[in-house]
Design a protein around this ligand. Structure first.
Ligand SMILES: [Zn+2]
Length: 432
């Protein structure tokens, strides 16, 4: 069975929020992790350039990445094997940083700047700052971004929480841009991922979508008609970085331990967003097939409307939540949304962390709430008089954030995001 509807739909799944998944991940991470005791009590760490870590641990990294590749081939469904010539060689390459990033199959053009993001209202204006263009690759720069990046120097001491929370936003700065064979650039042809499985090709940054979105819980009929839906690998990225974090901690490089752990955390948090875990929230299979049948018969308005609806709701709800969060942080007053991130009541009710956790626990939970979430967004948009275009993004500052059904959906989802963030970080630190 062919489902061109889904194919067309996924053309839009990577619209703007390919780069989001709860807006700025650093803010949510600070809130979720602030009271994790092992993290709060951990000593400050020394900022270390990547090159130093790579030089000191080369031999161990050769073995680690080889073991990761063997594991991935065996344990991840639809995993595209890494071409053997990308493996780290026993003798270090002339450009060790580039060789390492290519062995991980990450965009070698990322900046990996030494910096940290403060919470809104906690910037330190007297300190040196980096420009966004020094932190993010060009395709991910956004006129709506409000992040501040305080520069760090090698050898400087920094709190583990700041490293982790900052790193949690980094995979949106270019890690997964242009890795497919049909993307521009030099590595797509070398990496073995094949053609881009989904994402809106009009937006260059959307080439990262198959690494930040995972459709793990669709029906067999959907996968049969649209097998490319399985070609997404956020769970593999999580595995890579979790394992690297454990290695860095064990070999005495805590700065990189926390930074790699933050990278893995990003994808865990992405999967708590229902639109990152569900291709078409709110549509049942019969409805999708009926819509597709009509479209094939020449009546495609319903289908087009559904596609546009998903892209709009995904985008608008992230803008609403992101702007609201920033406002609450600046207001410095207690609020149920801030409390939800930090609510530890249910952390221990989830299964112990494992490589399958992101897919079987995190994405499954987001997928299960997708229809209700989508419906609440629809109600909010209808009540607020429709969508505000990208060009009017600043008007969001005047939002009142008083749509109760949407707010309660958001608070519940952010409670999940906080719990999974803590469970992942505790496991990565070897704490319980
Ligand atoms: Zn992401």
């Amino acid at each position: 069975m062919k489902l061109p509807f889904v194919i067309a739909l996924l053309g839009l799944a990577g619209f703007a929020p390919g780069a989001w998944g709860w807006s700025n991940h650093t803010l949510g991470s600070y809130l979720a992790l602030q009271d994790v005791a092992p993290l709060r009590e951990a000593p400050t760490v020394e900022v270390e350039p990547l090159e130093q870590f790579l030089a000191q641990e080369h031999t161990g990294l050769v073995a680690l990445l080889q073991a990761q590749e063997s594991f991935a081939r065996e344990h991840f469904a639809d995993y595209p094997p890494r071409p053997d010539d990308l493996a780290l060689t026993t003798t270090p390459a002339s450009d060790p940083r580039r060789a390492f990033l290519m062995a991980l199959r990450v965009n070698p053009q990322i900046h990996l700047a030494l910096m940290f993001q403060p919470l809104p209202g906690q910037d330190e204006p007297a300190r040196g700052h980096l420009k966004p263009s020094q932190v993010m690759v060009a395709q991910t720069l956004s006129p709506w971004a409000t992040q501040r990046f305080i520069a760090l120097a090698p050898g400087e001491q920094i709190a583990p929480l700041a490293v982790l929370a900052t790193a949690a936003d980094e995979p949106d700065y270019g890690h997964d841009i242009n890795l497919f064979s049909d993307n521009p650039g030099e590595v797509g042809a070398l990496y073995g991922f094949g053609v881009q499985s989904f994402g809106d090709e009009r937006f260059e940054y959307s080439s990262q979508a198959p690494f930040h979105i995972g459709f793990f819980h669709e029906s067999a009929v959907i996968y049969a008609g649209a097998p490319f839906l399985k070609r997404s690998w956020p769970d593999w990225r999580i595995y890579q970085y979790f394992d690297l974090a454990r290695f860095a901690f064990a070999t005495g490089h805590p700065y990189w331990g926390y930074r790699f752990l933050g990278w893995g955390l990003h994808y865990v948090q992405d999967l708590t967003q229902p639109y990152h875990a569900t291709p078409l929230p709110g549509a049942d299979l019969a409805g999708m097939l009926l819509m597709e049948g009509k479209a094939l018969a020449g009546f495609d308005s319903e289908k087009k409307a559904a596609i546009a609806r998903v892209a709009t709701r995904h985008t608008e709800v992230e803008k609403y939540q992101g702007a609201w969060l920033e406002q609450l942080l600046l207001a410095k007053a207690p609020h149920p949304m801030l409390a939800a991130y930090a609510d530890t009541a249910r952390d221990a009710t989830y299964p112990p962390y494992s490589t399958a956790y992101a897919r079987d626990v995190v994405a499954a939970q987001a997928n299960a709430q997708a229809a209700a979430f989508d419906e609440a967004i629809g109600q909010w948009l209808a009540a607020s008089g429709g969508v505000q275009g990208f060009s009017q993004g600043n008007q969001l500052q005047r939002q009142t954030y008083d749509h109760e059904p949407l707010n309660s959906q958001l608070v519940e989802l952010l409670r999940h995001m906080g719990a999974h963030s803590r469970n992942f970080v505790r496991a990565g630190m070897g704490a319980h």
